[in-house]
Design a protein around this ligand. Structure first.
Ligand code: NAD
Length: 404
């Protein structure tokens, strides 16, 4: 009979919720063994909010990783902890599912990769956009080479007010914690762009412009929302968007947690404590001459993405709102549309699929294309873009930078 894997979740926050719930509900092949969070208040709220009775809890990661019954762990702690938590887990003999981005810097990614090689544990990276039906189907179509030689790929991510507010208030507001908003949020898109053109191709050049145009500190009426003058608070477009501060997503006032900044959702979005950009544009070139661009914009009513790919034989457009892929042949303009049906479960059905793929990786000892090495390519691109904005220079990329 197939083994039922016992999986722990470390990081009882917004992202940990989705995996802990799925595992708690039980699958044929995996079950929730325990949840760990170093913050006892958050852990307590999490267990109550998710209704998880009878599940073991830990506030000390050392005790959590020491549990011999646990086969693997899903790491949903903030980016700046990924290196230490992943290394601790693998050294304790646990296989890992590591949330994206692997780490804020490529130097930290390399430390994780080297530890994986030393310990031989299975490490699987959570770029779940790859498991969304639309992107999966586009990748299948691209494998049939309908565009001929690819010339240019373009990505766009627009963030909702809710996401924007979350990034300005929480740990992601500081570049040191994530590597920047591009690495933290858009590593999904940077990964997809490189997955589409093929990870065997390496970047050679990256340039970027970015800055903060809207969430500027001169607009901050007070440090905390709870100290904001009522008339200003009432008129603030971000007052009712505590964002992804777990578990108060639907509350109209901030959560009162002892740590008001990180988990209170109480920090003014215009605070001066942040150094991430609120808009950024990137251009890039790979070693086979394919070029690309990516554009990040915030403050919008809803989030949306776009991907467009141009090749010698045609043009492909991904339209997530319509779950549609449009292919236009360059020879005669013939248009073919493929409509996909998104699957059930979190993130358009990708979360349950990613969990299953992780379990498959545990069975085979092979993460397939969700390896740390592939995952690092997104951080390398984001890091070069960040350096380009800060230096005002184009950044060149040496193939050796892909190595651990
Ligand atoms: N794949 C996706 O679509 C997706 C979506 C959201 C978040 N994420 C990723 O998930 C991770 C977590 O993001 P989030 O928004 O859930 O954060 P969060 O702040 O809501 O939750 C993180 C939790 O980790 C705990 N924690 C911090 N350091 C710890 C440590 N050393 N040991 C144990 N617990 C610790 C915190 O107390 C907190 O409860 C990030 O890396 C983020 O990029 C991925």
């Amino acid at each position: 009979m197939r083994k039922k894997y016992r999986i722990g979740v470390i990081g009882a926050g917004a992202r940990g919720e989705s995996f802990a719930r799925q595992l708690f509900a039980g699958t044929k092949s995996a079950e929730l063994f325990a949840v760990c969070d170093k913050d006892a208040v958050r852990l307590g709220e999490f267990m109550v909010f998710c209704g998880m009775k009878g599940v073991r809890t830990f506030t000390d990661p050392v005790d959590f990783f020491a549990a011999p019954e646990m086969d693997g762990v899903i790491i949903t702690t903030p980016d700046f902890t990924h290196r230490d938590v992943a290394i601790q887990a693998m050294r304790a003999g646990k296989h890992i599912y590591l949330e994206k981005p692997i780490a804020p810097t490529t130097a930290q990614c390399r430390e994780i990769i080297r530890c994986q090689k030393e310990t031989g544990m299975t490490a699987f990276v959570g770029f779940n956009m790859r498991a969304m039906k639309l992107y999966e189907r586009a990748k299948e179509l691209l494998c049939g080479n309908p565009l001929g030689q690819i010339v240019h790929i373009e990505g766009l991510e627009q963030l909702s007010k809710e996401h924007s507010a979350s990034f300005m208030r929480r740990f992601h507001r500081r570049r040191a914690n994530t590597g920047g908003i591009l690495n933290h949020k858009c590593s999904h898109d940077l990964d997809i762009m490189q997955w589409f053109i093929g990870h065997e191709h390496k970047l050679v050049k990256v340039g970027s412009l970015g800055g903060t145009n809207v969430f500027i500190s001169q607009k901050a009426p007070a440090k905390y929302c709870s100290e904001c003058p009522s008339a200003t608070y009432a008129a603030c477009p971000y007052k009712d968007v505590p964002g992804f501060v777990f578990p108060v997503r639907n509350s109209d006032r901030p959560l009162h947690h002892p740590d008001r900044i990180t988990y209170g959702g109480d920090l003014c979005v215009y605070n001066e404590d942040k150094d991430i950009f609120d808009n950024q544009t990137v251009i890039m070139e790979w070693d086979h001459g394919v070029r690309g661009n990516f554009n990040l914009q915030l403050f919008q009513a809803y989030g949306r993405r776009e991907t467009r790919i141009w090749g010698e034989k045609g043009f492909m457009q991904l339209i997530p709102e319509e779950q549609k892929i449009r292919l236009i042949r360059s020879s005669d303009g013939e248009c073919t549309e493929t409509v996909v049906v998104s699957e059930k479960g979190g993130h358009g059905g990708s979360d349950p699929k990613m969990l299953n793929r992780f379990v498959q990786a545990l069975e085979t000892g092979n993460p397939g294309d969700s390896s740390l090495a592939e995952g690092m390519a997104a951080t390398l691109l984001a890091e070069k873009a960040e350096q380009s904005v800060l230096t005002g220079q184009f950044m060149s990329v040496d193939t050796a930078e892909y190595n651990a």
